[in-house]
Design a protein around this ligand. Structure first.
Ligand SMILES: [Ca+2]
Length: 168
């Protein structure tokens, strides 16, 4: 299980194919493992980052640290460029408390696409509609594009600016 932590204590669950729709993009990612990790193995060699377009991007990983016994926090040197799909892999260098490599799902594919609130890969009027529906209600983190803490017309405008199809 992997989770994205956006620096404002709003944590979003991520699964393969996850799309990050907010302006701040993908910057900090946390990976929660089912077993406690061996602290000495949590370091730069424990994680690899790549994208289809740019290949290996592991050089953009600025910090890999143990946040709690089961959670690794990965910080990039800045938000990853919008529009790209990234693959994050926990390597065999990362070991559990018994010194064994992790088993199960150790990779995540995620895309940064500002404005793609519904995560279908494109920014359309459906995304604007979703933000409009969320406005003024209990916070839906995905719809809070500028992460102001509330969903407002500003978020709707931010999505509108990134439309990938002409408005009807
Ligand atoms: Ca969309």
């Amino acid at each position: 299980m992997l989770a994205e932590h956006d620096g404002q204590s709003v944590t979003t669950e991520m699964q393969n194919g996850y799309v990050e729709p907010r302006l701040a993009g993908l910057h900090v990612v946390e990976c929660e493992c089912s077993a406690a990790l061996k602290a000495a193995t949590v370091g730069p060699d424990a994680v690899r980052l790549s994208s289809a377009a740019a290949g290996d991007l592991s050089g953009r990983i600025r910090r890999v640290e143990l946040r709690s016994p089961c959670v690794v926090r990965i910080t990039f040197d800045g938000p990853l460029p919008d529009g790209e799909t990234y693959t994050l892999v926990l390597t065999d260098e990362l070991r559990d408390g018994g010194g064994r490599p992790l088993c199960g799902e150790t990779s995540l594919r995620a895309r940064a696409r500002c404005g793609d609130v519904n995560g279908d890969g494109v920014v359309t009027s459906a995304d604007i509609l979703r933000v409009r529906e969320a406005a003024g209600r209990a916070l839906v983190p995905r719809c809070d594009i500028d992460r102001s803490g509330t969903v407002t017309g500003t978020d709707m405008l931010a999505v509108r600016r990134r439309l990938t199809e002409a408005a009807p």
